[in-house]
Ligand binder design. Structure first.
Ligand code: GDP
Length: 297
């Protein structure tokens, strides 16, 4: 799926409004900046990122003449892109690479794991999906269905088993059978915060014991269509476990794609992938520059 197609709902709203604003303004005056601020806030860019963006744009706007849509779009895309934190590349000393996926039920975590597995498999990697959300029988079944569909390895135990035991045994399998990538699905029940925190740290401890240095990354999966709710999930989860990356799903389903900027910039956590559909191919590596450009194209 093309980025601009996946973002069509956001583009229909945000780009149209910005284009209209530029073409109807002959000066970069207070009125112009106020309207721009409103458009960005409405698109869920978030209060602080919006103010920062507008401050930067005010300085840059001196370089161009009002009404020059193309020039304005160019500086807008540049300044928007600069708001995104850059992901750091971690070197994995010994394979497999182990990734922990966290997130509330329904955000698209299972689908995202399948998408990541599919991508890695296309790159020639041997992938193991691990169902450590033993709290919900359906979660294990869904993950297994995806593992079969993608054609990658799968490990879990019966519903109700200790998630840390699942992680331990899965790592045993991964080491013995020479897997390259292990994707661990975890429970997403926020109402039992203390348990969740304990469960996640136990899983991490066990993984590290079996395979020192792992888990290498913890990824929080968020649903873009939930807007401000997604932001409060970052708050809650980051209290339980350090979050290295965010994957934002269902960007194709919202006109408020500005939430990408809001989340990344507010929490200074890099967004590494975005979900643009329900199929296993519908995951794109995220990069702020292409995103900013696609928004205003
Ligand atoms: P989980 O409970 O977090 O594991 O969520 P699932 O992976 O089961 O996904 C919940 C629903 O969201 C399913 O109907 C998925 O097909 C859908 N979904 C997941 N990711 C995306 C996406 O990027 N775009 C769209 N449109 N739907 C998605």
């Amino acid at each position: 799926i093309k980025l601009s197609e996946g973002l069509s709902k956001t583009k229909a709203q945000l780009s149209k409004q910005i284009n209209n604003l530029i073409s109807s303004s002959s000066h970069f005056d207070t009125n112009f900046w106020e309207q721009l601020e409103e458009i960005l806030i409405m698109a869920d860019v978030g209060f602080n990122p919006t103010l920062k963006l507008i401050d930067n744009l005010k300085l840059r706007a001196k370089e161009i003449s009002p009404g020059d849509q193309e020039a304005f779009k160019k500086i807008f895309a540049q300044e928007l892109a600069s708001l995104f934190p850059k992901p750091s590349k971690k070197l994995i000393a010994l394979k497999p690479e182990v990734v922990l996926l966290i997130g509330v039920n329904g955000v698209g975590k299972t689908t995202t794991i399948a998408k990541l597995a599919y991508r890695a498999q296309m790159q020639g990697k041997k992938v193991l999906m691990v169902g450590a959300d033993t709290f919900r029988a359906a979660a294990i079944e869904q993950l297994k269905i995806w593992a079969d569909r993608v054609g990658v390895g799968f490990y879990s135990k019966e519903h109700g088993s200790d998630p840390a035991a699942v992680a331990y045994e899965a790592m045993d399998k991964a080491l013995k059978e020479n897997f390259d990538l292990v994707l661990v699905d975890t429970a997403g029940r926020l109402h039992t915060k203390v348990n969740l925190m304990e469960e996640l740290s136990k899983i991490k401890r066990v993984l590290n014991k079996k395979h020192p240095g792992s888990p290498h990354r913890t990824i929080l999966v968020l649903d873009a269509t939930t807007g401000q709710n997604a932001l409060s999930q970052v708050d809650l989860f980051s209290k339980s476990v350090p979050i290295d990356e965010i994957i934002l799903t269902k960007l194709d389903g919202t006109a408020k794609g500005g939430v990408v900027v809001g989340i990344a910039s507010e929490y200074n956590i890099p967004i590494t992938f975005i979900g643009l559909g329900e199929k296993m191919e519908d995951l794109r590596p995220f990069d702020g520059k292409s995103f900013a450009k696609a928004l205003l194209d």
